[in-house]
Design a protein around this ligand. Structure first.
Ligand SMILES: C[S@@+](CC[C@H](N)C(=O)[O-])C[C@H]1O[C@@H](n2cnc3c(N)ncnc32)[C@H](O)[C@@H]1O
Ligand SMILES: Nc1nc2[nH]cc(C(=O)O)c2c(=O)[nH]1
Ligand code: SF4
Ligand SMILES: [Mg+2]
Length: 209
């Protein structure tokens, strides 16, 4: 697998926020979100044999591995990585942009999928693989990054037009006032969760945290 970085931290986003995890960040992404905070994963990277990555991850003290990127589903060995480690009892949170087929990764009990539905401010709002919506399980969740009123309206429309079985998280694009988003959710009586990127609140905008 082509790797950008690996580090120990707590999960900073989504329903598992606060849970200690070992992060494996793969290199390369097929999307180019305008506000992407991880553009350093677009180039470079170090090729690491999947077998040695599996061995390394099987030995970490954390119950959870966070497989992120870049776009981790682009990696040919991602399935082997997930099937081997879940087979050994590790749990894996997979962060994906939503444009690639998630089905192979929903077959394992030990996985949770965090799937973005890209909003207009990303410039990638047409990238969603729609079939993925039916494949999400109850424990998975959808994340929409909200930067402005257009994104919020997009989220409203999306939730009106799609039957979503799992939790929906609205995450302010970093720098967007969270109180604005919370007020919009309340005004619209939206049953979603608003969550911030806690690792950036704790450490600031840094790599490897
Ligand atoms: C860096 S991406 C990597 C995984 C995958 N490519 C994806 O987009 O889900 C991890 C998460 O960070 C979010 N993210 C990236 N830049 C952000 C920003 N500036 N503000 C808020 N969330 C951001 C993405 O939307 C995604 O949910
Ligand atoms: N602590 C921490 N939590 C995260 N959750 C998703 C991340 C990501 O960049 O994919 C991330 C990250 O970079 N750090
Ligand atoms: S899909 Fe994820 S890694 Fe790729 S550009 Fe968008 S936020 Fe960044
Ligand atoms: Mg990040």
């Amino acid at each position: 697998m082509l790797i950008t970085e690996k580090f120990h931290s707590i999960q900073g986003e989504g329903t598992l926020t606060g849970v200690p995890m070992y992060f494996v960040r793969t290199n390369l992404c097929n999307l180019r979100c305008k506000w992407c905070d991880t553009t350093y994963s677009f180039t470079g990277g170090t090729e690491e044999p999947v077998r040695s990555l599996i061995e390394e991850c099987s030995k970490v003290w954390e119950d959870w591995i966070c497989l992120t990127g870049g776009e981790p589903l682009l990696q040919r060995d991602a399935k082997e990585f997930v099937s081997s480690l879940t087979g050994m009892g590790k749990k894996i949170l997979i962060e994906t942009g939503g444009s690639l087929d998630i089905e192979p990764f929903t077959k394992y009990d030990g996985t949770v999928i965090d799937m973005d539905v890209k909003t207009p401010s990303s410039g990638e709002e047409r990238s969603l693989k729609k079939e993925n919506l039916e494949k999400l399980r109850e424990l998975d969740y959808i994340k929409m990054v909200i930067q402005n009123e257009i994104d919020f309206s997009f989220a409203l429309e999306f939730l009106k037009n799609n039957l979503v079985k799992c939790e929906v998280i609205l995450q302010p694009a970093w720098g967007t006032p969270p109180d604005w988003l919370v007020n919009r959710v309340i005004e619209n009586r939206l049953n979603v969760r608003v969550m911030l990127q806690m690792h950036k609140i704790i450490y600031g905008e840094k790599r490897g945290v």
